[in-house]
Design a binder for this molecule. Structure first.
Ligand SMILES: Cc1ncc(COP(=O)(O)O)c(C=O)c1O
Length: 328
């Protein structure tokens, strides 16, 4: 039984299907903008409960959202405990990053940080990052607050594949969500991303944005398209998503929870995709921290963020990788 050695979240028994799809793509002479991109999006929507637009990476989805909501010259709140992708997307879209603190319990942006930032700044948007594979515990309160104040709420779902809260999926609480299918994620296509939103106008915008604004050229996008080969792999992976989530949760319950009483605890009704299995005590064999350097420090920005600083010192990740050939 091996779940501790790094493995990409992929079932080798799916290889045959991926190869069959790839043969079909070779024969079709259509390597981009074809039926697999559409099928991947439809399958993702079936899981996520909201329409999706496949992108070449998380960054494409993020840029489409930020440009759609016109954040240029405006302020966007980001947690300092995140990957640099989140604040950099704001910088690249011409916005100003305001950093916020998080909760110790879930590692994610706190409601208090949102309220406090909104009292001090005219916020155009909030990036809420679902760190580690669960949904940020303050999501409902933050979503309600943003709705009431007219602040756009964007969910960074890069880690959140497979997560749900009383059946509701990441990216459905705010105005839009952005997933990453980078090689280490719970569900991967090597590279790739997915924008999800319940706003048909944003979905239509994103489809043009990823394709240089074709065909009317009213949207100034660049190339964020996903190739058909990647989309075919994505389709197979999307169909495997629930199996991967259930497998990881079963292993966690059976083998990890009894050993780690000081683990991150989920609220009622929450299922984590377990991108990371997080504990609040040092352990012998750890994969390290989700992030050990906070973004405000990397970007040399002032401010004190006591909870994020505490987290960067006091959490560790227990290895947990999907390995269907390793038994249970
Ligand atoms: C929280 C977070 N946001 C965004 C990204 C960026 O995703 P991508 O590499 O697909 O652009 C990552 C990691 O890759 C991430 O961990």
């Amino acid at each position: 039984m091996d779940f501790s050695s790094f493995r990409i979240g992929f079932d080798p028994s799916d290889t045959k299907r991926v190869h069959a799809y790839w043969d079909e793509i070779f024969a079709s002479q259509k390597w981009a903008e074809g039926k697999f991109t559409q099928q991947f999006e439809e399958r993702w929507e079936a899981w996520n409960g909201t329409p999706g637009v496949a992108m070449s990476s998380w960054a494409g989805a993020a840029m489409a959202c930020l440009e759609y909501f016109h954040i240029r010259g405006r302020k966007v709140l980001c947690p300092t405990n995140t990957f640099m992708a989140t604040p950099l997307s704001v910088v690249k879209a011409g916005g100003e990053v305001i950093f916020g603190d998080c909760n110790r319990e879930d590692l994610c942006l706190s409601y208090d940080a949102v309220v406090s930032a909104a009292a001090q700044h005219d916020l155009a948007a909030v990036w809420l990052v679902h760190i580690g594979g669960h949904i940020a515990f303050d999501t409902l309160k933050i979503a309600e607050f943003c709705r009431a104040k007219g602040i756009v709420l964007l969910e960074d779902c890069a880690h959140a594949h497979g997560a749900s809260w009383n059946g509701r999926k990441p990216g459905t609480f705010g105005d839009a969500g952005a997933y990453s299918f980078y090689a280490t994620k719970s569900v991967s296509t090597g590279e790739g991303g997915m924008l999800v939103s319940q706003r048909p106008d944003l979905i239509a915008f994103a489809k043009k944005y990823r394709n240089y604004g074709k065909f009317e050229h009213e949207v100034d996008g660049l190339n964020y398209r996903m190739s058909e080969f990647t989309a075919a792999l994505g389709l197979v992976q999307a169909e495997r998503l629930e199996t991967i989530t259930a497998w990881k949760n079963e292993i966690a319950e059976k083998h990890l929870n009894p050993k780690h009483p000081k683990r991150l605890r989920m609220p009622d009704g929450m299922v984590s995709g377990l991108y990371k299995y997080i504990v609040f005590e040092p352990i012998e064999k750890s994969t390290g921290k989700v992030y050990d350097k906070l973004c405000h420090a990397i970007m040399k920005r002032p401010g004190t963020f006591p909870h994020a600083e505490w987290i960067s010192q006091h959490h560790w990740c227990v290895p947990l990788y999907y390995n269907p050939e390793g038994g249970r």
